[in-house]
Structures are given as C-alpha cells and as structure tokens.
Write a protein that binds this ligand. Structure first.
Ligand code: EPZ
Length: 426
C-alpha cells in the first residue's frame, strides 16, 4: 500500500493548477444516462472515484472513454454514450464502494421507467441515509420498494412533475431529483434545494442537453420536463474543495502561491475567514493568489453548513490549520455526525483537541511534530498532509488510497511549489 512521506517546514512558492471538481463530475457522469446522444465532459479530473463511476456506467451499458489533456495541468476529456442501456441494476458490490453511485437512480428511472440500485449503507463519516432521494422520486410518481438490500423503483408510465419540499438540504437528493425531473411530464418545483456550485454545474449541463430549468443557484429550482434530451459538451467547474485545501496549505505552511484555473466565488465565505486569521488573498485573472508571511495564524471559530456556509469538506483541513493557530478555536460539524476521525491522528502529531458531541475545541500549539498517521476518509487524509507540511520532522501518511479518491496528483502539485513530499509504493 502506498504511503506519503512529508518533511515539514518548507515554505510554498509558485503556482498550483486546480482540477475539475470531483463532486461536480460524478453527477454529470450520471446525467449521461438521460440521453441516447453522447455527452462529452472536459476539464475532467482523473481520480479513483471517477474511474469507479465510469465502471458503474459501463456495467449499465454506457460507453465511456477518457483521454488526458495535452499537458498534465489540463483536465481530461471523458466521452460518454448511453445509446443502449443494457441493464438498470446497480449491484451491491459496486454501490457499496462509492455512495455517489446512487446518483444513477434518478436518470435510470426517468429514461427507462425502472431501476434497481443497492442501498448504499453507512460510511465512515456517518449513517448517510437516502430517504430524501426516495421520497422525491416517489413524489414524481414512481413506486419504491425495498427488497434484499436493494431499492426497486418503477414508473412504467414515466414520471410526472410535482412540488417537492426537502426537509433538510441535501446535495445528492437535489441532484438525483433534478435529473429525474428533467424528463418528467410537467413542472417540478424543488423547494429547499441545495445551492452548492456543483448543482449549478449539473443544471447548466442539463440545460445544454435540452432541459428547461430555472432558479439555479437559489433554493427554489423549477424544472419543466421535456420528452427527451440530446447530447452536449460541458466543462466541469473547478474544484472548490481542492481550492480551499491548497489555500489552507499556504496558510499553514506559509509562502506565496497562485491557484490557477479557479475562482474566489466558489469558496465564498472561506476567503474572508482565511483573511481574518492572517492570510492575504487576492483575485487574479487566472484564479487566486494566496500569501502568508511567517506570522502564526490567529484562532477562529467555524460551524459547517450547506453552501454558501463553511463546507464540511473543508472542516478537517481547517482543524489542522487551527491546531497551529494562536489561541483557542471552536469547530462545529453540523452535516455529518462522525466527521472528526482526523482528531486522534492530529493528536498523534501533538495537536491539542477536545471533542464533545458535534464540537471540537482546538487549542493551538506552537509547532506540530511529524508522526506516522493513518488516513480514514478523503478530507481527513488531506488534513494530515496539511499538518505534515507545518510539522517539525517527518510525517508518514498511510492508507493513501483515500486521497487518491479525490485529490488529483496531490504530491506532485505540492512538491511543485516546494513542499518536501513524496509517495512511496510499498
Ligand atoms: C455530498 O454528499 C458530497 N458528495 C460530500 O462530499 C459532501 O460532504 C456533502 O455533499 C455535503 O456537502 C458528493 O457530492 C459526491 P448530502 P451527499 O445529501 O450528497 C443527510 C467528499 O468528501 N441526508 O448533502 O451524500 C446526510 O446524512 C464527500 O467529497 C439524509 O438524512 O450529502 C447529511 O447529514 C463526502 N437523507 C446531510 O443530509 C438523505 O436522503 C447532507 O448530506 C440524504 C442526506
């Protein structure tokens, strides 16, 4: 199993190209099931989760081919064709490996009138039910049955538009419903819809395929169903979590780095927050310039919440940063109940963190100390890498496959700006 070795203390200088967003790419790939015409996705990152979604789609009969961009910093191009859907069943063995595979449900039912998808089950960061996805598809007129760990959804006469009010904001349920509603008969109104930029991106791709959607970027999205969708070419939006992660890498390690192929609006409230703790951030014509001189970051409190609030997917990275801050910081996780798995690992590096329920209290220390640590989930793993950049001595991050699910060429991007980081294959 690969390991990442980091020698802490190097200041970062140079530029990092931000990849296309994994969490936009996955639903966009599922959207290919809605049409018998090809969908070409550009600015595609190449990640384990993307390869995995391509395998799921292939198991349903979709043709998928990926070509890398001319330079490493260019995104790839993924061509998908769902001209012939050979199966409407997504197996347990496939779905259990990646929850986002549940996003094939809405498109399959909308186009084929049938889908049998394994229930994803819990995962390391929490129970993560799919009840909202199922209630929404039922509201669109489908019959939902649970049998032997599978959800069997049928709508032999097609879906019909409905008014759907989500009791809580769910990114995945909004995406599944948006895709299903695109081919439903009549108007669907999604109330309390998620406003994450990835929803916007999916909506714009569906519009390019011929869908009629308004209200994107707001919590009330209106979809006027159409009979069929066509092909399209769509560029995946930049990864806001990768953007925020590298901005925090500079904030923790110090230095001056330009993040290119991204934009500030994607990380919204994270910019003033990082500025308030002593990081300088400037919008450039290519992205964002991040600068922190030698002064220690100042402690600040955050609470995770749906977009435009502080993203849960940056909580672990911010905690690593606060572990070295001057003062005491309170970090509240409101989205997932078990998303503090990085705490014991950061503690191995000398961090002083106490967790009570959904609140972590972090008392900053002068300097973290390198240690062998274990990655537990994608974002937790990268928080250990950030901690390693600032720590004294060597940090070895085990179970790197978690990182490979969502950070493209991480060690290459960081060593490119001067970090002492390398991957060793065991
Ligand atoms: C998406 O997950 C992301 N995944 C997650 O990123 C991200 O952490 C999360 O949104 C929140 O921003 C992808 O986009 C592929 P939710 P999703 O439905 O859609 C509860 C990463 O590291 N809920 O918005 O699964 C749920 O348990 C990943 O890249 C229900 O109760 O998240 C959670 O508490 C991890 N019933 C809350 O809603 C449901 O039917 C928000 O989850 C659905 C969700």
């Amino acid at each position: 199993m690969d390991r990442i070795h980091i020698k802490g203390g190097a200041r970062l200088k140079g530029e990092i190209a931000i990849s296309g967003a994994k969490n936009a790419a996955l639903p966009l790939m599922a959207a290919s099931l809605l049409s018998d015409k090809p969908l070409a996705l550009t600015n595609m990152p190449w990640l384990a989760d993307i390869a995995f979604m391509a395998d799921i789609l292939r198991s349903l009969g979709v043709e998928a081919s990926y070509a890398r961009g001319p330079r490493l910093s260019d995104g790839g191009r993924l061509e998908l064709s769902a001209a012939n859907i050979a199966s409407t069943t997504a197996d347990y063995d496939i779905v259990r490996k990646m929850r986002a595979s549940f996003l094939v449900l809405g498109p399959l039912v909308a186009r084929m009138g049938h889908a049998k998808v394994s229930l994803p089950g819990g995962c390391a960061i929490g129970a993560r039910p799919v009840d909202l996805h199922l209630k929404a598809i039922e509201a669109l007129g489908a019959a939902v049955e649970l049998a032997e760990g599978y959800v069997v959804v049928t709508a032999p006469d097609g879906l019909r538009g409905a008014r759907i009010e989500f009791p809580i904001v769910s990114v995945g349920a909004t995406e599944n419903t948006l895709m299903a509603a695109a081919l439903a008969d009549g108007e669907t109104v999604l109330i309390n819809a998620a406003r994450e930029p990835e929803i916007d991106d999916l909506g714009h791709c569906l519009i390019a395929m011929g869908a009629k959607i308004s209200g994107l970027g707001t919590s009330r999205i209106v979809v006027e169903g159409v009979k069929s969708l066509g092909g399209a070419e769509h560029s995946v939006l930049p990864d806001r979590i990768e953007t925020g992660t590298y901005a925090m890498a500079v904030a923790i390690a110090g230095g001056e780095v330009e993040l290119v192929n991204t934009r500030g609006s994607l990380i919204g409230t994270v910019i003033p927050l990082l500025e308030s703790i002593g990081t300088e951030i400037t919008e450039t014509n290519r992205g964002l310039a991040i600068h922190r001189n030698g002064v220690r970051p100042v402690a600040a409190d955050i609470s995770t919440s749906p977009f435009p609030g502080f993203p849960t997917d940056l909580q672990a990275q911010f905690m690593a940063l606060m572990a070295t801050a001057d003062g005491v910081s309170h970090i509240k996780e409101t989205i997932f109940e078990n998303r503090f798995m990085h705490v014991p690992e950061l503690a191995r590096m000398g961090a002083d963190i106490k967790v009570e329920g959904d609140m972590a209290t972090v008392t900053g220390v002068d300097r973290l100390k390198g240690a062998p640590v274990m990655a537990t989930d994608l974002r937790a793993s990268v928080s250990l890498v950030l901690a390693g950049l600032a720590a004294e001595g060597e940090t070895v991050v085990n179970r790197v496959y978690h990182l490979d699910r969502g950070f493209e060429r991480l060690e290459e991007k960081l060593s490119g700006v001067g970090a002492e980081i390398e991957r060793q294959s065991a």
